[in-house]
Design a protein around this ligand. Sequence first.
Ligand code: GDP
Length: 295
Amino acid sequence: MFENLSSRLDRAVKNIKGEGRISEVNVAATIKEIRRALLDADVNFKIAKEVTNEIKEEALGQNVLTAVSPGQMFTKIVSDKLTELMGGEMVPFSPKGSPAVVLIAGLQGSGKTTFTGKLGLRLKKQGQQVLFVACDVYRPAAIDQLETLGEQTGIEVYTERENKNPVEIAQNGIKHAKANGKSIVVVDTAGRLAVDEQMMNEITEIKETIAPSETLFVVDSMTGQDAVNTAKTFNDRLNFDGVVLTKLDGDTRGGAALSIRRVVEKPIKFISTGEKLDNTLDEFFPERMSQRILG
Ligand code: GDP
């Protein structure tokens, strides 16, 4: 991931190196190249423009007659800007309540159920008593998939195969968790292939009824700007707490990771990098990610 962006930015910043001072003239070509690199990484045009303008202003506003070389200073400005773009401070996943309730939302195929399995395993390893609740009333295969994940992770799965009311299933699941000493409930919901009104109404109703401590929106990072737009549509209705970016292992460009935070104004909380359950889920640290980009 970010390979292309990384080498392009590295090259752009090297243009500046060797210059005695940063000036309007020598910064212009570099800024242009950074903007192109961001656009090629599938960052949306408005953001690429804003960010590069901000980098330019900062670079020109700095006093470069210091010990730091212009190249190093410029690298730092770009790196700090990318960190800020991806959210600045890391925002932890910290569900509260007893049991704590976590609601998982997203389109079908985004990696929701896989993420539910990964999150459950992570929480279990932290000593939590986890319960999964299967609320996809449209696709029996989705319930089967969650049950398989339950077997693989040793986590109980609450299902009501005959019940077609996901709100009731979620409520009953939470009751079951309380009665059985579970400390955290992860509610997996139905997704569709595209955003539709019925799905939005359903997930909004589930959220209003069960009042989760954390609502996470799962999205496939490989879909780039579509991921950003879908996240915005969901957030406008659902007001979720954080984003989970999946399939980062297959995302060579990185546009969703770079721009989702600024467009949606919600933090990325987790990144998922593979189909295996173990060791493929990480919390998202904006600074580490920008260091990965700028070396
Ligand atoms: P859901 O419909 O949103 O529940 O999506 P699934 O969890 O069923 O995932 C859809 C497909 O994406 C499955 O084939 C998963 O194995 C795959 N998948 C999920 N997360 C990742 C990931 O982080 N990396 C890769 N490479 N594949 C993933």
